[in-house]
Design a protein around this ligand. Structure first.
Ligand SMILES: [Zn+2]
Length: 458
């Protein structure tokens, strides 16, 4: 199968030019002007951008949490991702107490197999670190699971103590893996949560009020300090607070390999959403929580000046009906998470590029190239170049879309951006040369996505 995409504007992290792209099988083979080779299909991309497929390195599909399971599985979640211009996800496999990492990996591979419509990889969440688990980390790195997520929050469930965190960091110094950190001080937060509940403070907004920005900043600082002592890089996931960003900026200014991502919800939503009437605030219960509106400008600055290197979604949807309502009368029982896998590219284009906060090249870098580089997928993914996978998004920069749970494809009964209009919408998407979104309609196949063995950091 060959494909010729003509007359589009090709945008990478560094370039922007008019050109034609020829795809043979799964790969881009030729880029040029006025290409004339015959192809099985020719697509006219006049007036549109060609972006490398979006890479979302933080998703939670089919994930058990707090007595329920995130509402998108690998089928509905990856189809929604494709609609939004994302062609690769890196999800999280979870080691539960008493389990091996291998067991966790196999469990999540089964969840994705036959279902994922786009390519996928896994980070491994380590919740218990024994000598045997350390050896398993090495084995997983060799099998292409080259990053590990650790938690400084959720004591008794996911949280690791500092000694274990430090050992894991040291181990990645040897095996070439990368540690991703959920940085919030879980001990402090747990005390604040219990105190609030004892005082009868049960509404959704107390989720945010018991997770102060300083608890995120403290953990971010501690994580970076431990990585500095271990002499390894570190990647902070879903950074939300300006105070935490200061810690990353300070470390980077000293030349440390500290990296961090933020998410659209922290750029477009704020603490004010928790004050919505009734139980509506539950829609935005996620960890870390939404921050004061002034934080948004600080995060955009961080993105523009490379103190933040990636925008991922932390997509972890729970329906209001029967799921979020588990926490009516006790905010600590509201499942943490919100949908976002489908809306990332349009939101960031509309709110970032069109407003002049970031350049078009930086948009591509933050949503595709930089995550590909950090997580061992580049140059197979993350750019449009001869030899790279033909994961290409044809993006219409003028088309408008009103975001609504009714028309989006995520399997969840609300949308945090309900009614918001964005300009800049995915039109057509290729995943390894197959057209999987065609003029806005899904034409791919569940199960067509492949597991990605990722490289170690270089
Ligand atoms: Zn997450």
């Amino acid at each position: 199968m060959t494909l010729l995409i003509k007359n589009g504007t090709i945008v990478t992290a560094t370039d922007q030019y008019k050109g034609d792209v020829f795809v043979d099988g799964e790969k881009v083979t030729t880029i040029g002007t006025s290409l004339t080779m015959s192809a099985d299909r020719t697509i006219d991309a006049s007036g549109k951008y060609l972006f490398p497929g979006g890479i979302d390195v933080h998703t939670h599909l089919d994930m058990p949490f707090g007595g329920t399971t995130s509402a998108d599985d690998f089928e509905s979640g990856t189809i929604a991702a494709a609609h939004g211009g994302t062609t690769t996800v890196v999800d999280f496999a979870i080691q539960y107490h008493g389990q091996t990492l291998h067991h966790a990996w196999e469990t999540w591979m089964k969840k994705a197999e036959g279902k994922a419509a786009i390519d996928y990889g896994f980070h491994m969440i380590v919740t218990e670190l024994t000598d045997q688990v350390e050896q398993e980390m090495d084995a997983l790195v060799r099998q292409g699971v080259t990053s590990f997520k650790l938690f400084m929050a959720y004591p008794g469930v996911f949280m690791l103590d500092d000694a274990s965190i430090f050992r894991a960091l040291l181990r990645t110094g040897k095996n070439g893996g990368t540690i991703c950190m959920h940085a919030e001080n879980g001990g402090v937060i747990d005390v604040l949560v219990k105190k609030a509940l004892a005082e009868g403070k049960t509404a959704p907004k107390y989720h945010a009020l018991t997770r102060p920005a300083r608890a995120e900043a403290e953990a971010t600082h501690r994580a970076i300090a431990m990585a500095e002592i271990a002499d390894v890089p570190i990647y902070i996931v879903h950074l939300s607070a300006a105070e935490a960003l200061e810690m990353v900026t300070e470390a980077r200014d000293r030349g440390l390999p500290a990296f961090a991502e933020t998410c659209p919800q922290y750029l477009f939503l704020s603490y004010d959403n928790y004050e919505e009437p009734g139980f509506e605030g539950a829609k935005y219960v996620m960890s870390p929580p939404l921050r004061p509106k002034e934080t948004q400008d600080r995060l955009w600055r961080g993105l523009a000046y490379n103190d933040l290197q990636a925008i991922s979604t932390d997509h972890c949807p729970f329906c209001m009906k029967e799921q979020k309502t588990m926490g009516e009368g006790d905010f600590s029982k509201i499942p943490n998470g919100a949908p976002g896998i489908e809306t990332r590219m349009s939101l960031v284009y509309d709110g970032g590029v069109r407003t002049g906060r970031i350049s078009l090249n930086r948009f591509v870098e933050l949503t595709s190239t930089s995550p590909a580089k950090i997580f061992g997928l580049f140059p197979r993914k993350g750019t449009i170049a001869p030899g790279s996978d033909a994961d290409i998004v044809i993006f219409d920069p003028e088309k408008k879309l009103r975001l609504s749970a009714r028309t989006l494809h995520m399997n969840v009964d609300y949308n945090p951006y309900e009614g918001r209009e964005v300009t800049g919408v995915t039109d057509t998407v290729m995943s390894r040369g197959r057209v999987i979104i065609d003029g806005g309609s899904f034409t791919g196949r569940a199960g067509a996505g492949s597991f990605l063995r990722r490289n170690i950091r270089t």
